[in-house]
Structures are given as structure tokens and as C-alpha cells.
Write a protein that binds this ligand. Structure first.
Ligand SMILES: [Zn+2]
Length: 510
């Protein structure tokens, strides 16, 4: 809704009863409030979307439909340059608007007209078009830029990982700032075309499909072209650049599969392949539980030995750090990242406070996979996880439903998060539980969700009041009481899958 109450027409009056909103003294009765009859001057777009943890992530005033990211990259220097063309629609009358971006901007054009730019805050690019923008207007924003992302720091930090043979643009929640200007919040999803020119012999992997094979360019260079036709959150777009062996295939249902393995993995390579090559099988199994696979392609990227230490559910094609393969094949991390394709990627957080909707569900998928593999049931994993954190452990002080901005990837979000879903399953029964999961992914497909919406859905399907359960497990510090037969009988035995799941979670919860 358009903002009609401004400082000129309202005043805050402090009374003994609290704060009251009043009109300016002497002004006529405020009968017209909410229905302005005068045209208001265009306003600057908000510098953030009001996220409770990251209030300045994303921007107000427009909605992006598509990013065309056309880049040139040189591994030897880490110089990244190019043009991003953003197709968007104005949602307000705008005198100016912000993009989230860090590299040096050479020029910005809005609908063909040169715009002026300035920078504000940690990562805001302020764009002032030469003509004001009206609500509903289609915008074509062309940004030309160049920079060295590994040397472009915010608070001493870069989300870009430069490696011996290339780079990884893979991070959460901050990733886009170092390679394309964007409205950087999961509330504004868009489709992507990503094309990157690199020296011939270097590979580039990104999301979605390759609409055409790599293209030879002048100067012994090759341009790689990728396309994502499903709405994608900005942090789930990625690039992996370097020396990769690429394995392509087609699923029985006709989806393209692209897996890529860094040639730097050496002795870890076979374990990476023995895990990632099972992607199709795991997607099929998860589809039977979570509902139809939401995207147009599948795959995985085994990142280089000197790259990221974690794994990320980059859309259609997760990227895995090398640590997951040290003990041999690890289908648990693959199950986790693929579960995110439903929980996180298709249904994204409406606010980063809701991170449990991503990590609790992807972690519980590992428990279900363990059950399927005969390596420990979800109940056995619950009992062992519960017992492994003593009641006085700091683990129980972190609220999975509201962990705080500094703890969005805390162990509690994963392990207590999975325990919460197991308690829900016990409370509503298997029939309702396995109806709730696909109903959630169907109702919020390619959209966003909140914990409150998930609780409401679970209550609707089960017919139960689940407020105590959600409050206790997600929003109350301290170890909840549970009475299980296993606890009465003594310490539970360690499920076979426990150590792999445990180690994987430590790598995730960096
Ligand atoms: Zn995860």
C-alpha cells in the first residue's frame, strides 16, 4: 500500500496512556486519510525489505522478473567484469531505488536513459533514474561493472571464494553482491540467464540447463551459457569456475542431469562420484515423500579441494565442499541438499528468522533416508540426538524457530530442528505427517513461507492444536521433557548413520 502518512501530516503525541497518532494541530479533520486525493511526489525506494535479521537485504519499490548476467572472468587475476540486465516492475512511484551490489559500477541505464549512482551502507547501490518511475512501469536496468570479488570486502569478509584454478560464487545468505546487482532477498525470486566467458579449457557451471553448448570466442576464450526458468532466490544462483570433469545424462522423465567434479579432488574424487551420481535415485525417493520435484534440471557440483568447506543447496544443482567425502561416499549430504530443493529453494523463507523451514526439514530428510537405508530409524536418531546433548548444554539455549542473525546455521537449527519434526510426526501420526509435507510444498511452490503458516497447515490437516508442541520445541530455551522407553532402559545405542550425519552437520553449521 502506498504510504500516505508523512511527517508533515502526523505527529506523535506521548500521553500517559502511551503513544497516540494525531493530526497536525490546526489541520482539518482527517477524513481523507488513507484515500489521498492529491498525487504524492515519487519517493525513494526502501533500502531493505525489513527482514527481521537482515533488514537492509533486498530493496523496496520494484519486483524483479529476470536477471541476464553476462560476464567475463579471468582466473589468473580474479577480474570479473560484465553487464547484468535486470527486468523488473515498479511497485511504487520511485524517485530512486537501490540494488544490492559491491563491485565497481561503470554505468547504469534505466529504460535506456543514463542514471546516476552512489553507494550507501555496506552493500547498497543507489540508482537515480533521469526520469521518475511510476508504479506498474516495466523497468530494464542495465548495469556495467568490473572488480576483483576476492578483494572486495564487507567487514573484512567476502562471500566469493577464489581457488587455485577459478572461483566459487556460492554462499548463504550473502552471495550475489560479489557477482551481480540484485534485489537480494528470497522474497523477490526471478529467472536467470548466466553466461560467462573464460579462457578456453576452463569450465563454468551454473543453475538450470545449457540452452546451447559452450561457444568459442576470440582470444582463445569460451563462453558458457546457462538458463534457469524456475523462480530462483538470489542466494541460490551460483557459479563454479575452474577445472571440472562434467558428466551429463537425462533422467527417465527427460530432465537434463549435469554433474561436475573438480579435478583437484584427487583421492576424494571416487567418493564424490559415488555420492553425487545417486542424485536421480534420491530425487525420486524424495519426490515420493515431498511431492513432485519442483525444477527443470538436476545435478551436483563437487567443489575443489581449496574451495568451500560447506555444501549449499544451489537451485537444481547443489555444490558440495570436499570435506563430505573424507570418510568415503556420503549420500546423507546429498539427501540433505536435495531435500532443500523443496524446503528452501521452491518454498523459501519469507524472513530469515524462518531458517528452521530449510534446515530442520533437510536434516529430517537425512533421518528418513537413514531409516530407508536400514542405518537407524528416525526414532533411534531422535533418542540418540536427545541423549547426546546434556540438559545443561548451550545447544538447548538456541531457539530453532528464532535463533538470531548470528546463529542461523547453529547445530540447534539442524538437530533440534529435526527433533521438532519428529515430535510433530509422533503427535499427528504418520498418515497426517506424510500428508502435511507434500501439502506444504504444493501450497507454497515457487514461493515463500513462514513457521506460523506451517503450523497452521499442520493443525488444519491433523485437526490438532499444536501450539504447545511448536512453542516448546522451536521457541523455548531448555531441553524439553520427553518420556521414551529407550531413555528408561538406559543410554540409547548409536545408530549407524549418526556419525556421518553429525559430521555433515558440523560442516554445514559453519
Ligand atoms: Zn542445509
Amino acid at each position: 500500500m502506498r504510504r500516505v502518512l508523512t511527517a508533515a501530516t502526523t505527529a506523535l503525541t506521548l500521553t500517559t496512556a502511551g503513544i497516540m497518532l494525531t493530526g497536525t494541530p490546526g489541520q482539518a479533520a482527517p477524513t481523507g486519510w488513507g484515500r489521498p486525493t492529491v498525487t504524492l511526489a515519487p519517493q525513494p525506494g526502501a533500502p531493505g525489505l525489513g527482514d527481521s535479521y537482515f533488514p537492509d537485504y533486498g530493496n523496496g519499490g520494484y519486483d524483479v522478473e529476470h536477471y541476464d548476467v553476462r560476464l567475463r572472468y579471468d582466473p589468473a587475476t580474479d577480474l570479473l567484469s560484465g553487464t547484468t540486465t535486470i527486468l523488473a516492475t515498479a511497485t511504487e512511484d520511485l524517485s530512486r531505488f537501490n540494488l544490492d551490489f559491491l563491485l565497481d559500477v561503470e554505468s547504469v541505464r534505466v529504460n535506456g536513459w543514463a542514471a546516476t549512482t552512489s553507494t550507501e551502507g555496506a552493500h547498497e547501490l543507489v540508482v537515480t533514474p533521469s526520469r521518475t518511475v511510476v508504479r506498474g512501469q516495466q523497468l530494464t536496468i542495465v548495469v556495467r561493472y568490473a572488480g576483483i570479488p576476492s578483494e572486495t570486502l564487507v567487514g573484512g569478509y567476502t562471500g566469493w571464494t577464489r581457488t587455485d584454478d577459478g572461483a566459487l560464487a556460492v554462499n548463504e545468505p550473502e552471495s550475489a553482491w560479489w557477482w551481480f546487482p540484485s534485489n537480494d532477498h528470497p522474497l523477490d525470486k526471478a529467472t536467470f540467464d548466466v553466461s560467462v566467458s573464460v579462457p578456453t579449457g576452463v569450465e563454468v557451471i551454473s543453475n538450470g540447463v545449457q540452452p546451447r553448448p559452450p561457444l568459442a570466442e576470440a582470444g582463445n576464450r569460451t563462453r558458457w551459457i546457462w538458463r534457469t526458468t524456475s523462480p530462483t532466490a538470489t542466494y541460490l544462483a551460483f557459479m563454479a569456475i575452474g577445472q571440472y570433469d562434467i558428466v551429463t545424462d537425462t533422467t527417465p522423465s527427460g530432465q537434463p542431469v549435469v554433474n561436475a567434479y573438480s579435478t583437484s579432488l584427487g583421492a576424494l574424487g571416487p567418493a564424490a562420484r559415488a555420492s553425487i551420481e545417486r542424485t536421480g535415485e534420491i530425487v525420486d525417493w524424495e519426490s515420493g515423500i515431498f511431492g513432485p520435484y519442483p525444477f527443470e534440471a538436476q545435478g551436483g557440483v563437487a567443489g575443489p579441494i581449496d574451495g568451500i568447506s560447506f555444501a549449499l543447496e544451489t537451485q537444481t544443482r547443489p555444490v558440495y565442499g570436499p570435506g563430505f567425502w573424507r570418510r568415503g561416499a556420503n549420500t546423507y549430504v546429498v539427501t540433505h541438499e536435495l531435500a532443500h530443493q523443496w524446503f528452501g529453494d521452491s518454498v523459501s523463507v519469507a524472513d530469515w528468522r524462518n531458517i528452521w523451514l530449510n534446515e530442520g526439514f533437510a536434516s529430517y530428510a537425512e533421518w528418513l533416508w537413514s531409516e530407508e537405508q536400514g542405518e537407524g530409524t528416525a526414532q533411534e536418531l531422535f533418542d540418540f540426538t536427545y541423549a547426546s546433548y546434556p540438559a545443561d548444554s548451550g545447544f538447548w539455549q538456541v531457539l530453532p524457530g528464532d535463533p538470531g542473525a548470528a546463529r542461523v546455521f547453529d547445530d540447534a537449527v539442524y538437530d533440534r530442528g529435526a527433533m521438532t519434526l519428529h515430535q510433530l510426526r509422533l503427535a499427528v501420526g504418520d498418515d497426517a505427517f506424510f500428508e502435511i509435507l507434500p501439502a506444504w510444498t504444493a501450497e507454497h511452490r515457487h514461493g515463500n513461507g513462514t513457521i506460523e503458516q506451517f503450523q497452521a497447515l499442520a493443525e488444519r490437516i491433523s485437526g490438532l492444536d499444536l501450539d504447545d508442541l511448536f512453542t516448546t520445541w522451536l521457541f523455548t530455551a531448555g531441553r524439553p521433557d520427553v518420556a521414551t522407553a529407550a531413555r528408561k532402559a538406559g543410554p540409547p545405542a548409536e545408530p549407524k548413520s549418526w556419525s556421518t550425519i553429525r559430521e555433515s552437520h558440523h560442516l554445514h553449521s559453519r
